[in-house]
Ligand binder design. Structure first.
Ligand SMILES: Nc1ncnc2c1ncn2[C@@H]1O[C@H](COP(=O)(O)OP(=O)(O)OP(=O)(O)O)[C@@H](O)[C@H]1O
Ligand SMILES: [Mg+2]
Length: 555
């Protein structure tokens, strides 16, 4: 594992000294919380307290109970559905609904998006509290609402028109709009469940800056993240949950990242990016080997529609068996669009050619793509990756049903069951059994189901879009090992990741995309965060961005 320097001391909060076991009374306190779901005890006897003006991080592996804890605080799991006590300002409270919690000054942003897709960005930000005008304040003051929204968005560095319907936003932008809304409500306590999972560098920096600013104004914050460097840059204290129990609460300045990881997983993790077999044992990188590439892309230009500006411009690259080809770039650079396009799920090909295993691969449908050996792991698992109300097994085999269909047209249920069982246990999905509904799984375990679904199709090329988003260190390691196993078996992987250490740790080569073009290509020896970022933001990219026109889709 990389060495983490111990964190720099925090800018002192002017009003509350959190370092010396502050005497400030907790603003919010949880005592003896126990929450049971059928077959799972999500929280057992959890203790937690939040002081005024502190940022308190919750850390723990997938399924540790972090989201469940904040759902109790948010009134989503109402009073009476759990044991234990919640106290605000030293008084016992009973939240029966989200409204009750909001009334007590808590604003909670959950892992599930809570925006209304059909409304505009401004309408979502001011939902239920739109500025009014006219006699008796009966009319919504649209002008004022749009003006206020524009100010808030600009303050967050979001280049979004307030009138944009939320359904047109990508996942990262939605996340930011939710945060803007919650922050603008001026709540006493802001609760953020993995707010940066869908954000890239610049947005994360802006968000962290805002949270620090809010802290100086006295707002307290509960912050859940699997990104420990972020936690250490931000939090005053850290509470670690493991298997539903609160293990410890530490002052950030008195601990280290490895120590927190150890509390989280109950063991030490020594190698965060296990060296890949191909790079360790074999001196010739896959891209230099004589065999023809598995996937070849030439001068690919693609747009979302006939008259839309292209989201990919003149892209050419090869992917070889056993290779992990990383794609980096800023949000909106076209990485997700590229994967979706290769998979036949997005856009229209303006020009260029794609060859798969030596055969032409003209504009496919996702069904063709799967049949030809392509698998896609989407970045937006809830929207595109899973059927949430259905069981784990149902989701795992969803893309492989053709394989389990017998000659008479019926499903070979025992074979399907066995295959599901194989992936359920080899991916170590945490649930009572494969019949559990996906909706009840923690975020990381849902991600494993999406991975399992892709792998079951037996792909030769796996397209991974942010495959470790929202999953814990232990599970990340499992995904990394899985990638190594795939490439050792001769499969090829395209990896999109916004986390540069991950991208550099896993890729054989990295292509940086900037405004739909390749802004730079790097081999392992050339990897460095500075070079990659420079390529992502290069001058050429900036020039291209200017003539890109309005953003159209998902990223
Ligand atoms: N609505 C539900 N129905 C059934 N089980 C649930 C439900 N919500 C949570 N659980 C279970 O409770 C446990 C804790 O889940 P929780 O979502 O709180 O974990 P988490 O720490 O937030 O994980 P992650 O980091 O993956 O988001 C898990 O085993 C999960 O499957
Ligand atoms: Mg969670």
């Amino acid at each position: 594992m990389r060495e983490h320097p111990s964190p720099a001391p925090h800018p002192k909060n002017p009003t509350v000294d959190l370092g010396q076991g502050s005497l400030a009374k907790p603003l919010l306190e949880a005592r003896g919380l126990t929450k049971k779901f059928p077959g799972v005890t999500a929280l057992r006897d959890v203790a937690f307290d939040l002081r005024p003006g502190e940022i308190h991080a919750l850390c723990g592996e997938n399924g540790a109970g972090k989201s469940t804890l904040i759902k109790l605080l948010a009134g989503i799991h109402p009073h009476g559905s759990y044991e234990g006590e919640l106290r605000v300002d030293d008084r016992a409270v009973a939240f029966h609904s989200v409204r009750d919690a909001e009334g007590a000054g808590l604003a909670v942003i959950t892992q599930e998006f809570a925006l209304i897709e059909e409304l505009s960005v401004a309408e979502n930000i001011f939902l239920g509290r739109a500025p009014r005008c006219g006699p008796g304040g009966l009319r919504v003051d649209w002008l004022e609402m749009h003006r206020l929204a524009a100010v808030l968005l600009a303050d967050f560095g979001l280049a979004l028109a307030p009138e944009t319907p939320v359904r047109e936003l990508g996942i990262g932008q939605k996340q930011l709009v939710e945060i803007v809304r919650a922050i603008d409500k001026k709540s006493r306590v802001l609760v953020l469940d993995e707010p940066t999972a869908a954000l890239t560098g610049q947005e994360v920096a802006v968000l962290l800056e805002h949270l620090r600013r809010l802290r100086t104004q006295g707002t307290a914050c509960i912050y859940i993240s699997h990104k420990l460097d972020e936690v250490f840059a931000l939090a005053d204290r850290i509470t670690v949950l493991r298997d539903g129990a609160s293990i410890t609460t530490l002052a950030t300045r008195d601990t280290t990242i490895p120590a927190v990881i150890k509390h989280m997983v109950g063991r030490e993790i020594t190698d965060l990016f296990p060296r890949r077999a191909s790079s360790a044992g074999d001196a010739t990188p896959p891209s230099r080997r004589p065999e023809p590439p598995i996937l070849s892309v030439r001068s690919l230009t693609a747009a979302s529609g006939k008259n839309a500006p292209p989201f990919l411009r003149d892209l050419s690259f090869d992917l070889h068996a056993g290779e992990v080809l990383g794609f980096g770039g800023l949000m909106g650079a076209g990485r997700t669009e590229l994967l979706l396009h290769l998979f036949g799920a997005w856009g229209h090909r303006v020009s260029g050619e794609v060859t798969l295993s030596g055969q032409p691969f003209p504009s496919p449908t996702p069904r063709d793509a799967i049949a030809r050996g392509l698998a896609l792991v989407t970045e937006d698992r809830k929207r595109y990756g899973l059927i949430l109300p259905q069981p784990i097994g149902f989701n795992l085999s969803l893309s492989s049903l053709a394989r389990f269909t017998r000659a008479d047209g019926f499903l070979d249920a025992p074979a399907e069951y066995l295959a599901n069982q194989h992936f359920f246990s080899s991916l170590r999905i945490k649930a009572p059994d494969q019949h559990a509904r996906v909706a009840g799984l923690s975020g990381g375990n849902q991600q494993k189901v999406v991975l399992g679904k892709a792998l079951m199709t037996g792909p030769t090329v796996v397209l991974l879009d942010e495959p470790t988003r929202g999953i814990d260190v232990g599970a990340k390691l499992e995904v990394y090992e899985l990638i190594n196993r795939l490439t050792a078996e001769g499969q090829a992987v395209i990896l999109v990741s916004s986390e540069l250490p991950e991208l550099m740790g896993l890729s054989d080569r990295i292509l940086m995309l900037a405004a739909g073009r390749i802004g730079g290509e790097f081999t392992r020896a050339e990897f460095s965060q500075e070079k990659l970022l420079a390529a992502a933001m290069g001058r050429r990219a900036a020039a291209a961005a200017n003539d890109q026109g309005p953003r159209t889709n998902a990223q």
